[in-house]
Design a protein around this ligand. Sequence first.
Ligand code: NAP
Length: 312
Amino acid sequence: MLNSKGITMYDLIIIGGGPAGLTAALYAGRSRLKTLLLEKMSLGGQIILSPAIENFPGFAGGIETGRLILAMQKQIEELGIEVKTEEATKITYDSGFKVDTRESREQAKTIIVSSGAFPKKLNIPGEDKLIAKGVSYCGTCDGPLFKGKEIAVVGGGDKAVEEAIYLTRFASKVTLIHRRESLRASKILQERLFENKKIEILWSAIPQEISGGNFVEGLKIKNLKDNRLKEMACSAVFIFIGIHPHTEFLKGLVKLDGQGFILTNENMETSLDGLFAAGDCRKKTLAQVITACGDGATAAFCANRYLEMKGL
Ligand code: NAP
C-alpha cells in the first residue's frame, strides 16, 4: 500500500533477522500483513556463530544452525516477505513509524524490534589489540585456526561450555576459566565438560591481561581466592561472558533497563504503543533460540491484533 506521497506504507517492519525476527515474519506473513524485514548482515543473527543447536524441540541429536536458519528463511520467502539488507539507525514516531537506514527511510504502522545482541568484552589490556589475532568471540569461525594448540575459554554459561567442548575438536588442550566455583551452564553440558579429557577448568579465576605481539601468546590470570597472579601460555582466548543488546537506536524512544535491554510485558509490548520487541534484545529470563521464536510469534500476533483494534 502506498501513502499519499507514493511511499510504501508497511503494516509491519521487523528490525533484525535472527530467530525472533524470522518467526515474527512467518506469523506476520500468515496474517497477510505487508511486512518488511530489515537485517543489517545475513539472516540468522548471532546464533549462526554456533555450529549446532541441541535444545530445539524436534531435533534429537541437535540440528546444524545453518540448516535451521535456512529452513526458517525458506518459510518466509514462500510467504513473500520482503527482506532488505539494511541497518535501522533511527526510529521516529508521529502518527506512524518512520525507520531510517543509511540507504533509505521506510514507513510502517507497527514495528517489531528483534535486533538481538552482541558478545560482551572482558575489557582488559590486550583484548582489542589482539582481536582476530587469537582473541575471538566465535568458536565456529576461528576454532579451526588453532589445530593442535593450547587455548583458553572464558565464561561459565551455556555458551562458554558448549564452545569449550566444540573447540576440543581442534585444540590440543582447552582451559576453561570461570570466576566462580560453580557453572551457570545446563547440567547436561556440564557433564560433557567434566568428562572431556582435553579440558581443564580454572575455578575462581579471572583474566587480567592478554599478551602477545602479532598474535596471542599468553594470558595473565588472577586467582580470586588468594589474589595471586599467574601467567598461562596459550595461542587463543575465546570469550563468552554474556551479551549486550543492540538497542542504541532506541534510546529515548522506549523504556530500556540499565543494561539497554528493552522492557516489555508478556505481549511483547514496549512503552511505546505499536512498537513491540522480541528475542535477545528484550529483558527476559531465558535467552534461547526457542524463546526467541516464541517472542517473535507473540509479537507478530499482538502487532496484528493492534492493527485490527486501531482499524489501521
Ligand atoms: P550467560 O549465560 O549470561 O553467562 C555468562 C557467563 O560469563 C557467566 O558464567 C558469568 O559468570 C560469566 N561472566 C560474566 N561477566 C564476566 C566477566 N566480566 N568476567 C568473567 N566472567 C564473566 O551468557 P552466555 O553463556 O555467553 O550466553 C549468552 C546468551 O546466549 C545466554 O542468554 C544464553 O542463554 C544464550 N545461549 C543460548 C543457546 C541456545 O538457545 N541453544 C545456547 C548457548 C547460549 P557468573 O556465572 O559468575 O555470572
